[in-house]
Design a protein around this ligand. Sequence first.
Ligand code: FAD
Ligand code: FES
Ligand code: MG
Length: 277
Amino acid sequence: MHEIVRREEMASGDVILNEIEAPLIAKKAKPGQFVILKADERGERIPLTMADADPERGTITVIYKVVGKSTELFKSLEEGDSYQDAVGPLGQPTHLEKVGTVACVGGGTGVAVLYPITRGLKGAGNRIISIIGARTADRIILEEEMRAVSDELFVCTDDGSRGHHGFVTEILKRVLEVETLNLAVAVGPVLMMKLVSDMTRPYDVKTIVSLNPIMIDGTGMCGGCRVLVDGENKFACVDGPEFDGHKVDFDQLMQRLDAYQSEERESSKAHRCRLDE
Ligand code: FAD
Ligand code: FES
Ligand code: MG
């Protein structure tokens, strides 16, 4: 069992932070890696990136958006409640090295995944220009945390309620025109990561994206998380989740993410299990 020792609500309750007891995972966790959590015996296996890990406290922190049945169930867990299972750390850690100037671009809850990567890249000695965005001001997450690990931070909202009125890609366009970037990292909605990769390609700026295909086992056995990268099938859980954005087939990823929408809608409806009857 993995007790929730801290629980916070962000973005008007749409986004939840859980700090969870998981000493063995906390000892090994590196930026870019994720865990799979299960709330109870019958629970769905849900992959979530570790936004933080504290080996001394023996805890890991996840930040997730409430989007469907399992994340609704997770939201109902209070401080002192426990997740039944936590598996990890999974996936390849971010490759952290000093390359020069790095643009870190995050949209929505993607900022939770971007934050530990940005902190790692800052720690490696890079100059960091961060651009984070959300639909509205109250949906911006981790602004102060991102500011603390960035040399410059731009905030964008779709409705103009905070920072630049518009998309993160508009600020990135300006940055690309005036700066020589050595690396870009983009995490957020698939369409955002596709647009960022399309924008950096003509400037020949290497671009890392963190992919979130549907995962089941998370250990390379089921093939559920396969993504097409440079024409080859890769398993995001073991080969990723980070890949070269200039080589990813984003259209296929979007199709695969939507593949079970009717089942997901159905599972969210009140369900009376008759198996035990
Ligand atoms: P559902 O209603 O079941 O699904 C809603 C949508 O979520 C689906 O249409 C699909 O696109 C996606 N999804 C559903 N099941 C899965 C699954 N088993 N694996 C992946 N995606 C799924 N979200 C965060 O908010 N914060 C994170 O830090 C985060 N990190 C992730 C890291 C990785 C490596 C991956 C693969 C995904 C990550 N996600 C993260 C996405 C998160 O796993 C999904 O939002 C969650 O599984 C949705 O479950 P649900 O039952 O609540 O919603
Ligand atoms: Fe099964 Fe990646 S989740 S192979
Ligand atoms: Mg689900």
